[in-house]
Design a protein around this ligand. Structure first.
Ligand SMILES: [Zn+2]
Length: 499
């Protein structure tokens, strides 16, 4: 039996397994070997000795490429945990107005999972979409950490100098976790210090959860690896709209689902498949080696269509958090030479910016209680799309990423009358606004709308104006007889009904 997420302890071998076709890949994924990549007729697997025996029993040959954890000592120009920590600390101190450093909690061996928040009010909840980049969930794939550091430097040093960067930082709540698996990074291993592949160790749908956090499904971290549990809590606290996690070993953007009950190699589209294709291309188009891939059309693929994995972070983000998360493979070489880092940054800088900017497409708004003005936990659905998103309970803001088109969008919350917006037009530009003050079920309003101590035709006209969306000029004396009375009220009602 292969070990799934792990733990894999003792010697873990990196092996190449030649396979004859998609059926063989499907068999290996079904048996939950820890596949790191699939390229044509070769699958790369991280396996302990007993798994190598099983591979042989199943009729596969394999070739050992190396041992997990080997080959890291010569690569000192990369930033390990200590220098990542020092750099992030220095950035936070140098740019206190727009950067704040926090830890999402410790790893198995007590290293912090650092998060640098970058925004005009870092760490404060505002009516802004929240975005995250995470890197190095696999400890032997450290290139993403370096790109995150370059990206942090770009945002902080260009803020106030480059209008595009200034606008991004002012209008987005950006969070960057450059090193999600610091213990694995230090050891040069794929898994964490327990020998577990963290990108196979997130809750599995539907075995571990069946709904979304916004629909009340509890956040259950029991039994999870520490790094996974801390990232789950951090993600749940921030309600990210769009995100990506960086890997190496291949070159593409892959998007959910990684697993949806179909065989490995078969497409497993989400309800937002067209959106995912679009944002994946938004990244790959700016990265010429990726865009020109001969292996993946446009440098993108559905996860399951590439190869199925169980318990991935991106599927959990999408299904449980309603966050559009993708997996970005940056390089065929897992740990490219340090001297090539500037070239990788060149290939990814514009892609990272445009992908971040994509968080602003679609429809956005704030949902409040019509009586109290307080934020409401609301469910946001779009006609013809089964995936809901939810308001961020701290501010009541929602950000529904949508491609250009005309949509019917409904806001629902327990204990409130729902509100539907029809013919909402989304363009390629910034999100269309659709705010709503939801009326509590059974609410009784004071009919004295203008608070003049009298309920009369003026109040009725105010209500009618509001319903019809008319501008404000109010003269309750509709018939001009010098008196506001029931006759005027009748005239207003007649006018409203004629409409
Ligand atoms: Zn990886």
């Amino acid at each position: 039996m292969a070990l799934g997420a792990g733990p894999r302890t003792g010697d873990v071998y990196v092996v190449e397994v030649p396979v004859s076709g998609a059926d063989a890949v499907a068999e290996l994924t079904r048996r939950q070997f820890d596949i790191a990549s699939v390229h044509g007729g070769v699958v790369e697997v991280y396996a302990v000795a007993e798994e190598l025996v099983l591979l042989a029993e199943l009729g596969y040959s394999w070739r050992v490429l190396g041992r997990d954890g080997d080959g890291t000592k010569a690569l000192d120009e990369y930033n390990g945990y200590a220098s990542v920590t020092a750099l992030l600390d220095a950035y936070a101190q140098a740019y206190p107005a727009i950067a704040r450093l926090e830890s999402a909690g410790p790893s198995v061996q007590g290293r912090e999972l650092w998060v640098l928040y970058i925004s005009d009010h870092p760490g404060l909840e505002e009516d802004e979409p929240e975005f995250k980049y995470t890197a190095t969930i696999h400890g032997d794939e450290p290139l993403g950490t370096e790109l995150c550091l370059y990206f942090i430097d770009l945002l902080l040093t260009e803020y106030g100098h480059t209008p595009r960067i200034t606008a991004l930082v002012d209008n987005t709540a950006i969070a960057i976790m450059p090193l999600m698996n610091p213990d694995g990074r230090e050891a040069g291993t794929r898994g964490n210090a327990h020998g577990v592949d963290l990108n196979r160790a997130f809750p599995r749908y539907p075995a571990d959860y069946t709904g979304s956090i916004g629909d009340g499904e509890p956040l259950n971290t029991a039994g999870r690896q520490p790094e996974v549990a801390r990232v789950m809590e951090w993600t749940a606290a921030n309600r990210f709209v769009l995100s990506a996690n960086f890997h190496t070993g291949s070159l593409l953007v892959n998007y959910p689902y990684d697993e949806d009950g179909v065989p490995s190699g078969a497409d497993a589209p989400t309800p937002d498949d067209a959106l995912f294709e679009d944002v994946a291309r938004c990244y790959s188009r700016q990265n010429l080696p990726m865009w020109n891939s001969v292996e993946f059309a446009d440098g993108i693929s559905n996860g399951s269509a590439w190869y199925v994995i169980f318990g991935s972070m991106q599927d959990w983000n999408y299904r449980y958090m309603a966050c559009n998360d993708v997996t970005i493979e940056l390089s065929y070489a897992k740990w490219p030479a340090a001297g090539t880092l500037p070239a990788f940054w060149d290939d990814n800088r514009e892609a990272m910016l445009q992908y971040l900017e994509a968080v602003h497409i679609g429809v956005r708004g704030i949902v409040t209680d019509a009586l109290t003005g307080q934020p409401v936990d609301a469910r946001v659905t779009v006609e013809g799309n089964a995936q809901p998103v939810f308001t961020d309970p701290d501010v009541g803001d929602y950000h529904r990423m949508l491609l250009p088109g005309v949509y019917t969008l409904t806001l629902q919350a327990e204990g409130y009358h729902p509100r539907t917006f029809t013919n909402l037009t989304v363009t390629t530009g910034p999100a269309t606004r659709a705010d709503a003050a939801l009326v509590p079920l059974g609410a009784v309003f004071d009919a004295d709308v203008n608070d003049d101590g009298d309920v009369n035709a003026v109040d009725i006209q105010l209500v009618v104006n509001d319903v019809l969306g008319l501008p404000v000029p109010i003269d309750g004396d509709i018939n001009g007889d010098g008196d506001v009375n029931a006759v005027d009220a009748q005239l207003v009602i007649n006018a409203a009904l004629v409409r």
